[in-house]
Design a protein around this ligand. Sequence first.
Ligand code: GTP
Ligand code: MG
Length: 140
Amino acid sequence: MATNRTFTMIKPDAVSSGYIGAILSQINEAGFKIVAMKYTKLSAEKAGEFYAVHKARPFYGELVEFMSSGPIVAAILEKENAVEEFRKLIGSTNPADAAPGTIRAKYARNIGENAIHGSDSDENATIEGAFHFAGTEIFE
Ligand code: GTP
Ligand code: MG
């Protein structure tokens, strides 16, 4: 995946609260183009694999349970400097620290149920995009 792409998931809390439309519209308004998207649900096994980097953290079990608790929207987004720009748009992990107007400030419940995921590097964006999408599901 090119370096002008990032990967996102609208997490189960935001989906169940009915925020899919509002969040996608904020993403579009910020100038990101959706090049792949699906509405799906992660098994506990898949969620554990996705967040394997956090395996040793005390919240890992809670994170896996939460991320497999309901449907998510997964997407690959394109914009110049996508990873950094998207992290700015979503705000800090803990919504209490997230800048006003960011997606987490508006829609996250707490540090665990925080509405949205954004890749933290170009390398991880590529890995995470490939984890969820086949090449035939990505459109320029
Ligand atoms: P992601 O975009 O989801 O990767 O979040 P992030 O990059 O802002 O944070 P990080 O990768 O450090 O943590 C991954 C996810 O684990 C967070 O988004 C939260 O859902 C969850 N998490 C992080 N810290 C805590 C915590 O202290 N308690 C709980 N319950 N969950 C946490
Ligand atoms: Mg992260």
